[in-house]
Write a protein that binds this ligand. Structure first.
Ligand code: SF4
Length: 689
């Protein structure tokens, strides 16, 4: 299709979004002129978000990096000269050889995340290369690892309710997620069911676009989600709204849990969460009496010190009521495990000469660059923009400024991170590559084949890491595979019965192939917890030093015991920085059309908090804590409880005071090494003119 100048071609959205939409690309004279949804896809249909309708602005952006570049200015200045690929590969490989000789391979660290969700873009030849090299290993806990770990302690398998079942649901609870912006096809399904009488309840710290559409929006204080879930459990047991026979057959520890939650009375939980006791009772009764009842557990609530426990606690709720047995009932956190690929074949960890190589958390990259011993001396960044997206960006910036750090960035743009690079390599867009996509929500695997030629001299992940491997002298067959070889290897995975029958040939013919969901019938009989049951009591958690039963543990910053502190604290406001509607993390932060829609970074502040600081709507304000500063305009609104301020979107290209993450901590969550972006306290004042 790459050679056809005109026509309509299938594609896949590459972004880190659960919908993984099937797309159609309209080409005229060899150029993509329009991006739409593919109406034939059973789940995503013809609807796509505004971000991706504007994808051509990104693919053909005038500032796209089209050639390899070498830094000629100071680090951070963003001044580069054009070089050839031969020069770039030769410089990188000779620096790596020299570093390995002097300091060992663990002096080199790859840094990547899911800027492109294609498995070959982030989990393929790159992994083979760094395994063979023996680099330090990256722990990729920036997004969902705390919540996924909490879910797995409870449920074992990392999958829950899929979209097919939602046609039965009567009560939707969206907890800690803004699905209008981040899972729009689920919202469409909910809206359809609302027409038949289903209700939508949204629980969040902030009345975002999803909260504004809810039948009932319940605001709570940040980091108190597990307390609210425990309060609901208390009422369910007290009002006999639990399903005893389900708990006997499918769970472990329900009697201990019943005893344990007696202390989470609605009154106590109200004082912790800010949700009135009568609302806690009303919500619990609504949940206990409505069937099927479904809980969508969003990404937001896990980005806390207690984020793993929050997800673990919420996903116990359907086990108390037996909702897992009812089509359309249960919960969803991620369905990624249904499409789990053969990672050993794809990533080849067997190539690693040092399986015990140190592991560095991506959430602590600033700290690692500044203090870890022996030091990281080379950083290879791809599909990621840590100068903006990682926590505590002040430290990240200091680390990237180190003169002795050799940094390579593979990207489509001179991102804020790339400004610190010694070498910038031009990356392809997803529409220029062959790649394989799964969804962490629906159950379809999709194939992308190139629709346009590689722009300029850009290269994809597979080609680039093969070049580097050859320059390093690696001769293993693993570095001879092409994209299709790797897709076949990834799909060949007997350990995942859901993948059975999904082949490259079928994907080439149909583009989108459904997983073998017949296996879902055995979901409750084959949970991979230690007991094989839903673990309301988890002995594994106890062994890991965590409470074995769901428990409310207050955040480290901003809480006095289990409550919010009173006035007089140095930093009395909780600061939350969720995504905005038009960017996806930092992707699209340089697309003018989408920037114009978001206008400018805003700080939403409650009228009470604004009044006590003499702040009016539209004022320029400075937000600060001991980590850094953030300059924004104030938007006075009561969309959250007093004491919480919210700034949506990760803005870049604006310098250090434009980064919300200048304020966020690089601590790790209670589980999975997760990030704790939202466990942050700040003070705000009107900026001096
Ligand atoms: S970002 Fe999400 S909703 Fe938008 S096109 Fe991509 S997958 Fe679909």
């Amino acid at each position: 299709m790459i050679h056809e100048e005109n026509g309509v071609f299938p594609a896949v959205c590459p972004l880190d979004c659960p919908d993984t939409c099937s797309l159609l690309l309209y080409k005229k004279d060899g150029v993509i002129t329009k991006v739409t949804g593919n109406p034939e896809h059973p789940i995503t249909g013809g609807a796509i978000c505004n971000k991706v309708r504007n994808m051509t602005e990104r693919v053909y952006h005038s500032e796209r990096v089209l050639y390899p570049l070498r830094r000629v200015g100071a680090k951070g200045e963003g001044k580069f000269e054009r070089i050839t690929w031969d020069e770039a590969i030769s410089e990188i490989s000779s620096r790596y050889k020299s570093l390995i000789h002097k300091y060992g391979p663990e002096s080199i660290l790859p840094y990547s995340f899911y800027g492109n969700m294609g498995i070959l873009s982030v989990d393929g030849m790159d992994r083979r290369f760094f395994h063979k090299l023996g680099s330090s290993q990256l722990q990729q806990g920036i997004c969902n690892s705390a919540g996924n770990t909490g879910w797995k302690y409870t449920m074992g398998f990392g999958g829950g309710v899929g979209p097919d079942e939602l046609v039965h649901t009567k009560l939707f609870i969206v907890w800690g997620g803004n699905i209008v912006s981040t899972n729009m096809h689920q919202l469409a399904m909910i809206e359809k069911m609302r027409k038949t009488g289903a209700k939508l309840v949204v629980i969040d710290v902030h009345q975002n676009r999803t909260g504004q559409r809810a039948d009932w929006f319940i605001p709570l204080y940040p980091g108190t989600d597990s307390a609210l879930a425990l309060g609901i459990m208390h009422v369910l047991f007290e009002h006999d709204l639990v399903n005893e026979s389900f708990m006997q057959q499918y769970t472990v520890g329900y009697q201990e849990l019943q005893e344990h939650v007696k202390k989470y009375t609605p009154e106590r939980v109200a004082s912790i969460t800010g949700v009135p006791a009568e609302d806690i009772i009303k919500l619990a009764i609504m949940y206990g009496e409505t069937s099927p009842a479904y809980i969508h557990i969003g990404n937001g609530l896990q980005h806390h010190d207690n984020g793993g426990m929050a997800v673990r606690t919420i996903c116990c709720l359907p086990a108390l009521t037996g909702q897992w047995l009812i089509p359309g009932g249960g919960a969803y956190k991620s369905n990624g495990a249904y499409g789990g690929m053969n990672a050993d074949a794809l990533e080849r960890p067997d190539l690693r000469p040092n399986p015990d190589a140190r592991t560095i958390s991506m959430n602590r990259i600033g700290e690692a660059l500044l203090t870890i011993d022996p030091p990281i001396r080379a950083l290879f960044v791809y599909c990621a923009n840590p100068a903006v997206v990682a926590p505590d960006t002040g430290k990240v910036e200091q680390g990237l400024l180190r003169e002795d750090l050799f940094t390579v960035v593979h990207d489509l743009f001179i991102t804020d991170t790339a400004k610190y690079a010694d070498i910038v390599l031009p990356a392809t867009s997803s529409f220029e590559n062959t790649d394989l996509y799964t969804s962490y929500w629906h159950h379809y695997v999709q194939l992308q084949e190139p629709v346009i030629p590689k722009q300029g001299e850009s290269k994809g992940n597979v080609e680039m890491f093969k070049l580097l491997a050859a320059a390093m002298g690696y001769e293993d067959d693993a570095f001879l595979d092409n994209e299709e070889d790797m897709i076949v290897q990834a799909l060949d995975y007997a350990d995942n019965p859901y993948l059975k029958g999904v082949t490259l040939d079928d994907l080439k013919e149909q583009r989108s192939v459904k997983l073998n969901m017949a296996q879902k019938l055995h979901y409750l009989d084959s949970l991979s917890t230690r007991s094989g049951k839903i673990e309301l009591y988890s002995s594994r958690m106890k062994e890991a030093g965590l409470p074995a039963l769901p428990t409310y543990i207050p955040l480290i910053e901003g809480y006095d015991g289990e409550h919010r502190p009173g006035i007089g604290n140095k930093y009395p406001l909780m600061f939350i920085s969720p995504p905005n509607h038009s960017f996806l993390n930092s992707t699209f932060g340089n697309v003018d059309k989408l920037k114009a829609l978001e206008k400018e970074p805003l700080l939403q502040i409650h009228p009470e908090d604004a009044r006590s600081r003499g702040i009016a709507d539209g004022d320029e304000v400075t937000v600060w804590n001991d980590r850094g500063r953030y300059a924004v305009s104030a938007s006075v609104t009561d969309k959250m409880l007093p004491g919480t301020v919210v700034s949506q979107g990760l803005w870049w290209e604006g310098g250090r005071n434009s980064r919300a993450n200048a304020l966020t901590p690089d601590r790790l969550a209670d589980m999975g090494g997760g990030a704790v972006f939202f466990s942050t306290v700040v003070e705000v004042q009107k900026s001096e003119k």
